[in-house]
Design a protein around this ligand. Structure first.
Ligand SMILES: *[C@@H]1O[C@H](CO)[C@@H](O)[C@H](O)[C@H]1NC(C)=O
Ligand SMILES: *[C@@H]1O[C@H](CO)[C@@H](O)[C@H](O)[C@H]1NC(C)=O
Ligand SMILES: *[C@@H]1O[C@H](CO)[C@@H](O)[C@H](O)[C@H]1NC(C)=O
Ligand SMILES: *[C@@H]1O[C@H](CO)[C@@H](O)[C@H](O)[C@H]1NC(C)=O
Ligand SMILES: *[C@@H]1O[C@H](CO)[C@@H](O)[C@H](O)[C@H]1NC(C)=O
Ligand SMILES: *[C@@H]1O[C@H](CO)[C@@H](O)[C@H](O)[C@H]1NC(C)=O
Ligand SMILES: [Fe+2]
Length: 512
């Protein structure tokens, strides 16, 4: 027994998470004697410093305490991966191909178009002339075709002029139904399909995919491919911000917004992508005369914000099957009295966990992040909103921004009041799990520099590209899995059974 305790210490891959706590307790017993070895925590202590016989006593005490004390995962994966530079796919890459035909619609994508899932916003770009903003759609086995009229817009950015950007909202769809739709009516017509979600309600299985900070590199393409080929089929993608990374190019080359739109069409035309605004959507560039934040993003990507009484497209909510999803903006004002603050305050009372058991929040900048990238950038929003998240028993908060993966324990840090000194995160069963999924694979590369030692609130962290799946089974259980791009499509590099915070608020196995 003592061998396994001393060889793992919670930082080795595939170890029992709690053992470091026992080790910590044990090490108190003979701290002076083994202190150096304790500091060199990855070292096999049994070989280097055999414990003295009294330690058996402490081991027994440690194991006993282990059973009663809360314990943290505290795991940095030691998965070894080749550190390669991320490289954008060239303009002539297959994924950027312009569809054939005069004025053929391109960059087709859909998102939810109302509050409950009976609406869809269809968006696309026509390159040569405006053409029609009409969408023709029909149920899978029906011959009756419906029409919806959209609108067309364009914008300029420095010396770039966009194509004709169409947005058309379809309302009044039936739940749980496959629809075909066509765009480009009158000229080159292209056909796609989507499936509406099941009726909003508590015990409906539904599977969400999660991608963040995608960009348009070869790694981005791998991430999207792994998402598509995962045997667990995501039905809707929750995108946690930073889309095209066009702003990393000279003059924010907006042609890279177009290539990105063509790249993601193969998924986003067939299932809704739920949009969160990231810092790469701001495109604020006074040196180019571009002083209106979010200009390309708001022209190209729509959200159903009005349906949730929001006054701006960057923060809003939707219900989808068993989930209530709140999207927040890390880059819009969120202090007290601001529109986003007042909206969020009014939003929580509207969540009915009998109707939608799962309360999910999306934002770009993580509130808990133990990497040396964007460290503490989420701190001000944490101070503003964390109490609400805990009081309202949010199940999980997904964020991006940091180009890596990290999962937290259920912790909160809301006791501090400037003078009481209570400023350390503590285990809290009402707190959300915080997951950073900013590992889509963009041109800026991996975040592989972590704060050391790993904070206790951090359950698992790894600098690899990938995506995640949040698979809701019923009102009490959801299965979360993180999939790294180097693995086979079905491999779960990290996973956790989520227990719903409202219906089944007990400790999750594995989240120790
Ligand atoms: C459409 O077809 C599906 C099976 O393909 C069937 O289950 C459904 O009842 C049909 N709906 C109508 C309205 O005919
Ligand atoms: C925009 O300006 C850049 C130089 O700043 C130039 O390389 C590019 O060709 C220009 N594009 C257009 C469409 O004029
Ligand atoms: C992107 O991935 C798809 C497979 O999903 C593949 O067909 C395509 O060739 C890839 N393109 C590039 C440029 O890697
Ligand atoms: C919550 O939702 C349930 C199920 O839809 C419904 O019966 C109940 O009336 C709702 N509660 C409130 C306060 O609206
Ligand atoms: C990691 O980040 C820390 C803190 O920002 C910095 O001091 C250190 O030099 C970085 N290490 C590497 C290898 O970049
Ligand atoms: C909910 O789903 C979990 C996991 O599939 C299952 O073990 C449990 O029995 C389900 N609960 C109900 C009430 O069906
Ligand atoms: Fe970001």
């Amino acid at each position: 027994m003592n061998v396994s305790i001393f060889t793992c210490f919670g930082i080795r891959e595939a170890t029992v998470h709690c053992l470091h706590k026992a080790f910590f307790i044990i090490s108190l017993g003979f701290a002076t004697r083994n202190f150096e070895a304790y500091l060199a925590c990855g070292v096999n202590m049994v070989k280097s410093a055999p414990p003295p016989s009294p330690s058996l006593l402490f081991i027994a005490a440690g194991v006993a305490l282990l059973l009663v004390l809360p314990c943290y995962g505290w795991k940095t994966s030691l998965y070894v991966r080749k550190l390669e530079k991320t490289v954008d796919m060239p303009l002539n890459a297959d994924v950027f191909e312009v569809p054939p035909g005069y004025n053929a619609p391109q960059q087709v994508h859909i998102t939810q178009g109302d509050h409950v899932g009976k609406g869809v916003i269809v968006s696309w770009v026509t390159p040569n002339e405006p053409g029609s903003s009409q969408v023709i759609y029909w149920k899978g086995n029906s011959t009756w075709k419906n029409k919806a009229e959209g609108k067309v817009t364009t914008y300029t950015y420095f010396n770039y002029t966009s194509g004709y950007i169409h947005h058309c909202t379809i309302h009044g769809l039936e739940y749980d139904t496959k629809y075909y739709y066509e765009v480009g009516i009158g000229l080159t017509v292209r056909q796609f399909w989507f499936v509406t979600p099941p009726e909003v309600g508590p015990d409906i299985p539904y599977t969400f995919g999660l991608i963040g900070d995608l960009g348009q590199t070869y790694d981005s393409n791998r991430t999207l491919t792994h998402y598509e080929k995962n045997p667990k089929k995501g039905q809707t993608l929750l995108f946690v911000g930073d889309l095209s990374y066009a702003d990393d190019y000279p003059d924010h080359d907006n042609n890279r917004w177009d290539t990105w739109g063509r790249f993601i069409e193969r998924s986003a035309a067939f299932q809704p992508w739920i949009w969160t605004a990231g810092n790469h959507e701001i495109d604020f560039a006074p040196e180019l005369g571009e002083t209106k934040p979010f200009k390309p993003f708001t022209h190209r990507y729509r959200t159903p914000f009005k349906a949730s009484d929001s006054t701006a497209p960057f923060w809003y909510s939707i219900k989808r099957g068993p989930a209530y999803i709140i999207v927040l903006s890390s880059y819009s004002p969120y202090a007290i009295y601001t529109p986003q603050y007042l909206w969020l305050q009014a939003e929580f009372p509207k969540v009915n966990r009998t109707e939608t058991p799962w309360l999910i929040v999306l934002m770009h900048s993580p509130l808990y992040n133990s990497y040396n990238y964007h460290y503490m950038e989420g701190e001000t929003m944490r101070v503003m909103y964390e109490t609400w998240f805990v009081q309202n028993k949010v199940d999980v908060i997904f964020a991006g921004h940091v180009h890596a993966y990290e999962r937290s324990e259920r912790v909160s840090n809301i006791a501090y009041d400037i003078v009481n000194g209570l400023c350390t995160p503590v285990s809290n069963p009402s707190a959300p799990v915080y997951i950073t999924i900013g590992d889509g694979g963009n041109i800026e590369g991996l975040a592989n520099n972590m704060t050391e030692p790993q904070p206790k609130y951090s359950a698992f962290r790894e600098a690899s590209f990938g995506h995640a799946i949040f698979d809701i089974k019923n009102r009490t259980h959801a299965h979360f899995s993180w999939h790294r791009n180097q693995d086979g499509y079905a491999v779960e590099a990290d996973s956790l059974w989520f227990y719903n915070r409202y219906w089944h608020p007990v400790e999750e196995p594995g989240s120790i």
